[in-house]
Design a protein around this ligand. Sequence first.
Ligand code: PNS
Length: 162
Amino acid sequence: MTSPLIAIYPGSFDPITFGHLDIIERSCHMFEKLTVAVLKNPNKTALFTVQERIEQITAVTRHITNIEVDFFTGLTVEYAQQKGAKILVRGLRAVSDFEMELQMAHTNKTLNQTIETIFLATSNEHSFLSSSVVKAIAQFGGQVDHLVPVEIAVALRDRLKP
Ligand code: PNS
């Protein structure tokens, strides 16, 4: 019997955007199970807590069955190993992402040679989109409904209201 093809989609997801959701939906078609793993990073100040981000991702992926939402601390490859996952998924929006992502993939390969990174090209309409862009717009009261699911737009308005 072959083991199930489990993939991990690691990230900050502060907050999840339509770009992330696109990668999640496409990955869930490719793999038997996808774990969306929120990095608990004590060195980075986030707008939403890890628990809030887990709840947000869970809410906006409720239509997907082969998904798990979790958090991790430390190295992604060690987390993947614990989960029995051999694949890390990352989205590539533009050439500007490539350098950093390639460096990360190579670093992860030196840490664990059995784990592969797979890049999915972000859909064209999301190629400019990032959590930072969304936060920058929301901070000044701008519309983000076309960039994030409605639950996230509401959470941003609540968190950033003056
Ligand atoms: O959504 P992000 O912030 O681009 O995600 C970056 C993330 C979480 C994938 C990356 O920072 C990461 O894997 N951090 C965990 C620490 C680690 O494994 N470092 C070694 C690879 S550089």
